[in-house]
Design a protein around this ligand. Sequence first.
Ligand code: G3H
Length: 376
Amino acid sequence: MTRLLASVTGPEEAAIALSGGADIIDLKDPAQGALGAVTPAVLAATIAVVAGRRPVSAVAGDLPMQPEAVVGAVDARKAADFVKVGLFPAARAERLAVISALGELARDIRLVAVFFADGDPDFTLLGPLAGAGFRGAMIDTIGKGEGGKAEGGKGGGGLLAHLSIGALAGFVRTARDLGLMTGLAGSLEAPDVPRLLVLQPDYLGFRGALTSGARGDAIDAAKVRRMAGLVGAGRAAVGAADPVASARPAPGSAAEAAFDRIFVRDLVLDMEIGAYGHERGRRQKVRFSVDALIEKIATTADDIAEVYSYDLITDAVCALVEMGHTDLVETLALDLARTILSDGRVFEVNVRVEKLELGPGAVGIEIRRRRGDFSG
Ligand SMILES: O=C[C@H](O)COP(=O)(O)O
């Protein structure tokens, strides 16, 4: 189950985050940087206010990749349930030295490594992190922008401006296979939430989206509540049972009118596909068109939490394409249909996959499936 982590500056904001429904209270001072640390005294005061109702995590600080500095900062915050340690840009050997220096503390303190999507993330370090006894790994951004816009030359923009859904899916899968808890963060906004919930990380982390306006503002209970609702609604939809899966409505029938249709059409991507030898090791253009019957949208819907986003379809296509070579368009179409139907709000899907470079016209496959088709 995906939880909501709220980054707060101290006991006052911790109380606000708790009242808004945050699952994890994370301490950081955004004025000091992406992982600006609060003092041990602020940490102690916050732990007292939270009083065991939620886990409390603390960041170690924006630190150079020097073992002594990082070990000292982590040790000073061992009162927290988790300590987040940033893997800032540095040579691989320097990051490895920090990871191995933390091995001893990892026996007593639950450590979470923070990769930065805009700070040369090296996911081959996941193995060494698990080996050193880290409990978790997450991705954040160093630059804090909004809506994917760059800010102050720091490479700002949200998480998805830096890493594709496919890359994030790979991170979550690899970390989970290593037994690490996983988190995703980085100037996340409401429309990012359903897209990231599909990956089923252990938590999504927020700060900027919980504030009342500008980045320097305090967090706001109503914003926390809204985001908590969004995380809760989205996670219920991922893999939820479909009560109507067994009753396919006839096209044009009254039953079909009980659904709405969402679509992504003519999405053309370069990818490796084909069973012939000459189709291997090269990319060719493939066009995807997806239509899906979804639960009827409420007449009052005006919030991303109340709708099934077409981004989920686009992301599913892109993630499959990124997985590498596929021999058959049929396999691709079936995998795509299966993925889209794993969301309980989707009743039926029509997938068309066309190779555009093999002849004078397009060649491909079109399939129609409903959720029940993939069970058993
Ligand atoms: O760990 C989560 C971060 O504090 C997220 O902060 P942000 O939403 O401002 O990027």
